[in-house]
Design a protein around this ligand. Structure first.
Ligand code: HEM
Length: 452
């Protein structure tokens, strides 16, 4: 945009309450979802806040969210906004790859989550859920967040790296994964290369994880005629335009990136779904009847059968409205933007808040009320207001996988057990202390075998 054209435009309103040096960072760190709602309430569709010097413009409302989500990479870059992920995914992987290579890597990642693999993933997940429930007995009490973190780590490893790896999964693997996760604290978004023990542990874990995954890759190359039906198989067979395969470093990066995209998003949603079933028992009979009908037809919970559970799906969609795991999506502005007469300058960050959008009473009346019977969000009016999976070119590649997994879990649990809250209903809150929203700990529920 020319300088004179830019001068004609307004600048986004600034959010009050900035502190010298740190800007709004402190308030953001206390509860960033609420902070973002304040930004929108006080400034409107565009609101500029300051994260220790990084000016960020929050874009709110369906129109602004659509413009954000449909933005082209050359204007609104995800890579520049998510540099904190580079040491975790690895050099040359996704956000650190040149645009053409990044495109191919993302395509190969999407391929691994497509229909052809989904049938075998559905079987794997059903088996994992059966193994998990087998030891429950008639009644008990447990922390469902911890349980779902464990279950979805098992399903993720199984679907990504195959049965051999999953059943040999070591404490070493879990602790490496944990070190990678710890490397993504808020400070990593300011500078992921600071001299800090958590970053040193992150880098050591990334290197060791590559050694472990390279061993599996080497073993598979030596047994080229075996079929696995897992994501690693798709990653290993994918090629760039010139026919070359991905390196071990790139394959490791895709495995990590897919785990990071899918693991806590799924475990947090599963835990919130269990809590909402316990907190809103009036909706259980209709969901249960639907699931029992599949079983009554002699059905197993195959991938096809799971697609036919609209009431359970609506219940999960309402969970995702109130508790969207990815609260904040970000991009870096590469070229100046004229958004309806306001200039958003290159170099700034833009962000949207799924959490705030899903609580906008203009689109979701009485927004704090859990109600799976709300009008479905697949209308033109609600499409860009209901955005738990994002939208546009970078819409979640794993949304079919995620819904299939959640339906598989609850279609197996609901006919067998009833759930009750252990603690006071208001003590189950959204925990926003990490990048991915989850229920606060402890997330205790009581379960009791359902009487026939
Ligand atoms: C309830 C569960 C999930 C939710 C709410 C969710 C949400 C999202 C959102 C909002 C985005 C867009 C991010 C952006 O625009 O910056 C995204 C991207 C992505 N998600 Fe998910 N996700 C979930 C589960 C999964 C699972 C299980 C997987 C994989 C197994 C997955 C893989 C991905 C990938 C690969 C992308 C990047 C797509 C691209 O860059 O083109 N997600 N997800």
């Amino acid at each position: 945009m020319s300088e004179s054209a830019a001068l004609e435009l307004k600048l986004p309103p600034k959010v009050p309450g900035e502190k010298p040096g740190t800007g709004h960072m402190e308030e953001f760190n206390v509860n960033f979802a609420r902070f973002l709602m304040r930004c929108n309430a006080e400034c409107g569709e565009l609101a500029e806040y300051n994260m220790a010097g990084q000016q960020t413009v929050l874009m709110s409302g369906p129109e602004a969210q659509e413009a954000f989500l449909k933005g082209l990479d050359k204007q609104l870059s995800r890579a520049a906004a998510y540099q904190a992920m580079v040491p975790v995914f690895g050099e040359g992987v996704i956000f650190d790859a040149p645009p053409e290579r990044m495109k191919t890597q993302l395509k190969i990642q999407v391929d691994a989550l497509r229909y052809q693999n989904m049938k075998s993933y559905a079987q794997v997940i059903a088996q994992e859920v059966e193994d998990w429930v087998a030891g429950w007995g008639d009644e008990g009490e447990m922390d469902f967040l911890d349980e779902f973190i464990r279950l979805t780590l098992h399903t993720a490893c199984h679907c990504l790296l195959g049965a051999d790896f999953r059943y040999k999964m070591t404490e070493e693997f879990k602790s490496l994964y944990h070190d990678l996760e710890r490397g993504l604290q808020a400070i990593a978004f300011v500078d992921p290369y600071l001299q800090q023990p958590i970053f040193a542990a992150r880098d050591k874990a990334r290197a060791r994880l590559q050694e472990l995954i390279s061993e599996i890759i080497a073993e598979r190359r030596a047994n080229a005629d075996r079929q696995y039906g897992d994501a690693l198989e798709t990653f290993m067979s994918g090629t760039y335009k010139d026919g070359t395969h991905l390196s071990d470093n790139e394959i490791t990066g895709l495995v990590i990136a897919t785990m990071f995209a899918g693991h806590h998003t799924s475990s947090g949603t599963a835990a919130w779904t269990a809590v909402e079933f316990a907190r809103n028992p009036e909706f259980t009979p209709e969901v249960l009847a639907e699931v029992q009908q599949v079983y009554a037809q002699g059905g197993e919970l195959t991938f096809e059968a799971l697609r036919e559970l609209p009431k359970l799906e609506r219940f999960i969609e309402e969970v995702l409205r109130l508790h969207p795991p990815l609260v904040l999506l970000m991009r870096r502005v590469i070229e100046d933007i004229d958004y309806k007469g306001t200039l958003i300058e290159a170099g700034k960050t833009v962000a949207i808040s799924t959490y705030g959008s899903h609580r906008n009473p203009d689109y979701f009346p009485d927004p704090e009320r859990f109600d799976p019977r709300r009008p479905q969000a697949n209308t033109a009016q609600l499409m860009w207001a209901y955005i738990p999976f994002g939208g546009g070119p970078h819409k979640c590649a794993g949304n079919a996988f995620a819904l299939m997994q959640l339906k598989s879990i609850f279609a197996a649990l609901l006919p067998r057990y009833e759930f009750e809250l252990v603690d006071a209903p208001e003590s189950y809150q959204d925990d926003l202390s990490a990048m991915v929203l989850k229920p606060s700990s402890p997330c205790r529920l009581r379960y009791r075998r359902r009487q026939p």
